[in-house]
Design a protein around this ligand. Structure first.
Ligand SMILES: Nc1nc2c(ncn2[C@@H]2O[C@H](COP(=O)(O)OP(=O)(O)OP(=O)(O)O)[C@@H](O)[C@H]2O)c(=O)[nH]1
Ligand SMILES: [Mg+2]
Length: 467
């Protein structure tokens, strides 16, 4: 909190929110739409409370980033949405920061930071939480060995690494094949993430170019050839089992040096920014998980467990005392940086029919609750679940069948049959069993209007701590 007696609102509180979620989960679109509503708040369409006295929100000014270097380019993203194009993929950590006031007679303003990052980098949280190469190797290989989905993919790598006489290039090539297979099968457990998004922010997909190969094996070979496991070609590393580290200490020490440099340059900047956030919005694209099959869901669970283990959200009573002490000693400014609240958001809720929105929320909760419950049992942690569409881009007309949605595509308006959601995650389902539309964004062109949305107002209420 900051005190400034010469202002109409003499008190200012600071709040930082990190958006986390896999690549393509909808972080940048959500942030862009949220900012459009902050800039142009309409209390009737975007109610921040119930009843006629719901407060108005006013943006007092935009501020330079506080948690990272790069500013979130909201105008560029918004202009693309207006042109019926989704924002470009994020290639580096960036932040939107603004000061706003909620309500007319308020004494408080909120200095709000919203942090966006490339989804691929989150797989590196397991690097953030392991300062040494040995500990990281054991953690990664533990998951690759124990999760049935990964074990088949990882077996050839382990055999290569454990073979006497295996060279550094053999080991790196075999690990790149593991990562290429995970990427091709949409399994989000690709660390180091430089394999799919190099330190310059160039993504593997962008590098693949037009020479599209035919079979899955072709894809894997191509990606294994082009992906990079480290800061540069000469800086690649791969996890080594304990026996291999013992047998080849020189190789283990080379990999450990490269690991430390990668961790310092790529991972710690975004891990530090996230750990300084008060709230995390964890975006889960349930529709993409359903489209991807049970293998993708299992990989996603392993990924989310690692991310939350690294963030270690929540507060113990002792931390609360330290927090209070810091706060008073530094005249109400500093506070113990830590994530206190998490909201899980099922994004792109406009891809399912209206009657299935409750099921979407149930599927989200079934997926995340077992992962977050142990954290809640150990610490004070507020957890919320919501479904949201940041840019509501589908619609129906009276008389349309219950399983259809309409939306715009480059060829004009489409009416499509969409999959109905199950009550529970099926035991076994292959990719392609569920299908949902991929609409163009539908947005008013006049900037005095704001994007149509589902529940973004409820998310904003949670973030601003409004009842
Ligand atoms: N129908 C619908 N599609 C959406 C919505 N939000 C995002 N999408 C789709 O999801 C894609 C990815 O959204 P982004 O916001 O760029 O995803 P991201 O999480 O920022 O991805 P990275 O930058 O790669 O980490 C978009 O290109 C759209 O196709 C939404 O509200 N409704
Ligand atoms: Mg993005």
């Amino acid at each position: 909190m900051i005190l400034n007696p010469f202002r109409r609102q003499p008190l200012r509180s600071r709040r930082s929110v990190g958006l986390v979620g896999l690549f393509y989960s909808g972080k940048t679109v959500l942030l862009t739409s949220l900012i459009a509503h902050l800039r142009n708040h309409d209390p009737d369409r975007f109610p921040l409370g119930s009843g006629p006295d719901a407060p108005e929100m006013t943006l007092l000014g935009e501020l330079p980033p506080a948690l990272c270097v790069e500013r979130f380019d909201v105008d560029d993203h918004y202009n693309r949405l207006i042109d019926s194009d989704w924002p470009a993929k994020t290639d580096r950590l960036n932040e939107y920061r603004a000061e706003l006031v909620v309500g007319k007679g308020s004494w408080w303003t909120t200095d709000l930071s919203l942090v966006d990052l490339p989804g691929e980098r989150l797989a590196d949280m397991v690097i953030a939480s392991h300062p040494t190469f040995d500990a990281w190797s054991d953690a990664v290989l533990g998951v690759l060995r124990n999760e049935a989905e990964f074990a088949r993919i990882a077996r050839p790598y382990l055999e290569t690494a454990e073979r006497p006489g295996a060279t550094e290039p053999d080991i790196l090539a075999a690990y790149r094949t593991v990562l290429a297979t995970l990427h091709t099968r949409f399994m989000p457990f690709i660390s180091p993430s430089s394999f799919v998004l190099d330190p310059e922010g160039v993504s593997l997909d962008a590098k693949l170019g037009p020479d599209r190969p035919a079979t899955e094996a072709d894809w894997i070979a191509l990606k294994a050839d082009r992906g990079m496991c480290g800061l540069a070609r000469s800086e690649e590393f791969a996890p080594l089992p304990p026996a291999v580290r013992e047998r080849s200490p020189a190789l283990a020490s080379t990999f450990a040096g490269r690991y430390a440099r990668y961790r310092e340059a790529v991972v710690l900047p975004f891990a530090n920014a996230l750990s300084r956030c008060d709230d995390l919005v964890v975006l889960v694209d349930v529709t993409v998980l359903l489209e991807g099959g049970h293998g993708m869901v299992n990989a996603y669970r392993a990924f989310l467990e690692q991310v939350l283990a690294a963030v270690d959200p929540g507060f113990t009573p002792a931390q609360q005392v330290v927090d209070w002490g810091l706060w008073t000693l530094s005249l109400f400014q500093a506070k113990y940086a830590h994530v206190r609240r998490i909201v899980f958001v099922a994004t792109k809720a406009d891809r399912v029919v209206r009657d299935d929105r409750d099921r979407l929320l149930d599927l989200l909760t079934q997926l995340t609750r077992p992962i977050i419950r142990p954290h809640q049992a150990r610490k004070h942690l507020t957890v919320e679940h919501l479904i949201v569409a940041a840019v509501h881009s589908t619609w129906t007309q009276p008389g349309d069948p219950a399983d259809t949605l309409r939306y715009n595509s480059p060829k004009g308006e489409v009416q499509a049959t969409v999959s109905r959601l199950p009550d529970q995650w099926p035991d076994h389902f292959e990719p392609g069993r569920f299908r949902f539309p991929r609409p163009e964004p539908s947005l008013p062109r006049a900037r005095v209007r704001v994007p149509p949305q589902i529940n973004l107002d409820r998310l904003t209420r949670f973030l601003l701590d409004l009842k």
